[in-house]
Design a protein around this ligand. Sequence first.
Ligand SMILES: *Cc1c(COP(=O)(O)O)cnc(C)c1O
Length: 362
Amino acid sequence: MTRITPQPGIMDIALYQGGASHLAGVEDVLKLSSNENPLGAPPVAIKAVSEAVLGMHRYPSTDHAGLRAAIGEVWEVEPERVICGVGSDEVLQFVTQAFSGPGDEIVYTEHGFSMYPILANMAGATPVRVAEDERVVSVDTILAAVTDRTRIVMFANPANPTGTLLEMAEVERLARSLPSHVILVIDGAYVEFAQGYDGGLSLARALPNVLVTRTFSKIYGLGGLRIGWGYGAPELIDVMMRIRQPFNLSVVQLAAAEAAVRDTAWVRDCVALNADQRARLTGALRQLGLACDDSHANFVLARAGSVAEADAAEAALNAGGILVRRVAGYGFPEGLRITVGDADQTGRVIAALTRWREEAAA
Ligand SMILES: *Cc1c(COP(=O)(O)O)cnc(C)c1O
C-alpha cells in the first residue's frame, strides 16, 4: 500500500468542465459556450504581444509595476492595493489559500461559479453552499450560514450562470454585516457589462475585509492569455503577495493586459454591442417561450420548461453549428447559457431556435 497521500480536500475536487469548442462534422463552429468576446482580442493587445515576444528571453517584472500603474489610472485605484494573477482564478486561489485551511468554511451560493468549491477544497477548507432567492444571491441566507469557522464569503456580481445582479445597497449591507474575521470576495468577472455598478471597488477601498477580483478574460477578449487582478486593503494584498510566485505573469501577459486596460474606447464599444445584442437575444428567447432573467453580463441564461425541451433546443442550436453551455452542474438541468455574440451571431441563434419552434409546431 502506498504511503503517498494527497492533502485533505484534494480528492473531493471534481475536475472543472470548460465550455465545449467542437461539434462533430461542423467546420465553422459558433462557440457561445465560454462567454468570450465576439470581437476577439483588442488590436492594441495583439500589437503589444507581437512586440513583447522579442523580449521573451528576459524574465518578466516581478512587481507588475507597469500593469498595476495602468490599472490604477484607468480604474482610479491605488496600485499598491492591486495584485495580479494568472486569470482572476489565481487571485481567488491566493485569497483562499492564504486565509483558509482545514476546519475553516468558505460560503458560496446555490448557483455560484463552480471554481469556488474547487478552490475551497484546494485549500483544505470546507465549501458551504447556501440557497439563493429566485436566482439572486440572498444576503440574509448568507449571513445565517456564517459561523465562527467561516473565513471567506464568495460570490460573483453579476453572477454566472444566472446573469443576475445583487444591488449595491445589498452588497454593502452584506459587507457591513459580516463579522470582522470574514473576508467578502466579490468576483467581478462581468462588472464591465453591468450599468452603474463599480463592482465593489468603493467598498473594497472603505472596508478592510472586502476583496474585489477582475479579469481580462471577458470584455478584454484575452481569456487565452490568462490575466486577472484583485483589489483590497493593503493588509489583505500584503498577505496574498507572499504566496504569489514571483514570475506568475509572463512578459507577454503583462504587455497585453497593460495595452488592453488603457484601451477604454474598446471597452466602451464592446459594452454597447453587448447591451444591444443582449436585449435583442433576451426578447427573442422570451418570445420563443424560453424564460430568462434580465442579464447584467455577456450571456443570457435561457430556461426551458423541462430537461427534454432544453435537450431539443440544444440539438437545434448544434444543428445550426452553434455551441452553448448546459448548466446542470449549477442547478439548472433545463438551462442553456448562451454567450451574447455580435449581430450576425445573435441572428444565427435566434434563427436556429425559431426554426426549431416552427418545426415542432408543424
Ligand atoms: C469567467 C469567470 C471568471 C474569470 O476567470 P479567469 O481566471 O479570470 O479567466 C471568474 N469568475 C467567474 C464567475 C467567471 O465566470
